[in-house]
Design a protein around this ligand. Sequence first.
Ligand code: ADP
Ligand code: MG
Length: 701
Amino acid sequence: MESRKPTFSQDTPVQFLKTVGPARVRALTRLGIETVGDLLAHYPRRYFDRSSAVPIRSLAAGQDVTVQGEIMTASERRTRRGGSVLTVTVSDDTGVLFCVWFNQKFLLKHFKSGRRIMASGVVQMHAGRPQLAHPDYEVADPSDKKDGPGLHTGRMVPVYSLTSGVGQHWLRGLVRQALDRMVDLHVDPLPTSLRSRHNLPDRRQALEDIHFPADARAQQAARRRLVYEELFTIQVLMALRRESRRGTEGVVLNKPGDLTTRLVSSLPFQLTGAQRRVLREILADMRSGRAMHRLLQGDVGSGKTLVALIAALFVVEQGHQAVIMAPTEVLARQHGHSLKKWCDPLGVTLETLTGSTPAGERRAILAGVAAGEIDLLVGTHAVIQEDVRIPRLALSVVDEQHRFGVRQRGRTGAAGDSAEPVHVLVMSATPIPRSLSLTLYGDLDLSLIDELPAGRQPITTAIVREKDEAAVWDACRREIAAGRQAYVIYPVIEETEGQDLKAATVEFERLRAEVFPGSRVALLHGRMKASEKDQVMRAFSGGEVQVLVATTVVEVGVDVPNATAMVIHNPERFGLAQLHQLRGRIGRGRHASSCWLLCDRYLAEESFQRIRFFAEHTDGFALAEEDLRLRGPGDAWGIRQHGAPGFRLANPIRDAELVALCRQDARELLEADPGLDGQVGGVVRRGLASNFGKYLPILAG
Ligand code: ADP
Ligand code: MG
């Protein structure tokens, strides 16, 4: 009978599973699930350990627990600030637990008194009573009365991320169905030799145990195996890419002129030791005759732009051209302005090209570049990649923000005409922990600026309630009176952009009229025309505007050393890396700087901890690691959006040991079998094609 049931492969669309109709197909798509393989890779967010619920009486603050009981009451009340609090009381034989949700009153309908509920979360003590805020929960279906082991009860039960139209119970059943009917689970990208060396379960077992583990040990073994697989895949792909480049010739640059030395001697400051060291590494690459593929990392404000400029001048002084690409238009224009100041006195020609460059000007610039009259072209990624011909291009610098720019990196070399591949320098604006950069940038050589320019003043950061904002504005006015400038930042999040922009505009009017009546206040946001943005930025850098009210368009790279104050509204809406980028706009000059985090409503415990961590740390690497720890690399680094494989489970911080292991294994494998066509290599190649086929063109770059 079993054999007559349909079977599935990884690529079977989910609509072929039982109980999946068109509406559910759409709902699943919202979770990124289109095929049976996607469904099985939708790993549980956590588990309810139903084999061991904790009695309420024994709960203590800080414990991460699962509690099982009966709903006694459920009610909702409004707060003074116009929000709402939903409170559900749960009792077992031993005591009463409060579960609370803020601003989620639509949940109320789930909580019927008398129903059995299971809730998991971290215990807080509130007026002597245990409480869970925003717990993971599940209300028992009145239909599943029997309590024996099953999909939903009496075992470790998976808890998935959901979307409307996809319920926990239904999704569990669907995953079970897929596991039972999959036939090609055995396409295992890990050769038996590697699995037995590291004692890893096979793929079928691992998928079974990540979804429906018999116990915590089985789950951990499954996780380890799947993490290993993700990391190993990336390492093999990176190693292949690195290998394919090894020995590719680059433009040989061995006739240095005097531009770099003239620039360096004209600087009003000394290069830092770290800047000099990374420059030696970069120049050595470009002299070697092999194409450079190097990542330049350094914290916010460490002076990467200057390093990029010196590298560019090094190729220009030998008769070649260079491009510098920035991730945003604001930044491209700023780079354009500030680099031009250095370039003009040296007689180096520089032009800036962005999406909003008028057509006529654009044509003139392109013609100048094609004729070799323009030495250095600055612009946004998008513009430079299209149709630009740069006949003597020798160096591409890509200021990569913290995005996972695999695609862009793959193409940066394509703009040159010469037969030799150009040298590529990728700059990461956000520091990346080493284990992550080995993963994401494993195909690149690494240069690190681990030193800030001397004389930088510290930034003090304070968390302030909105009701105390008057003190913050006083402090800002004092800075302005002393000749300094200030940023006031509002979050504008894509999903709520309309509302957010409106709030920012209203606040802007208030600040201008009531808070800073004696100063010039300007507004900067992403929806403004490029020419308007440019005008505002120039007025701010020129000191004509004292207060810049802005959204995150100033996040990356903006450099106005005279700005010493920053007020960030609703900091909890930003990630740590983003906050670090924002705060990096101050503390760039000779004066001490202050940053205030204005919080206007109740912060969930998690958010508060994150904000506090930020207030207490200024080191970018520490913040990046914490961001990774809290959110995982998929969210922290925007990798998921880019659709690259890996990082569904792996977290290069927590799994640093596996990163090292995989790197070693991948190198050994490719040394023994560079084409992956031996017996072991073939397993890996087939596994990659089967599991990651759709990504291979991206990653092969
Ligand atoms: P980031 O690494 O964040 O891109 P920038 O390149 O924008 O940093 O540099 C920040 C500021 O520091 C700029 O105003 C730059 O001119 C200045 N700067 C760069 N190198 C030095 C140095 N060695 N000494 C003093 N100031 C420097
Ligand atoms: Mg920068």
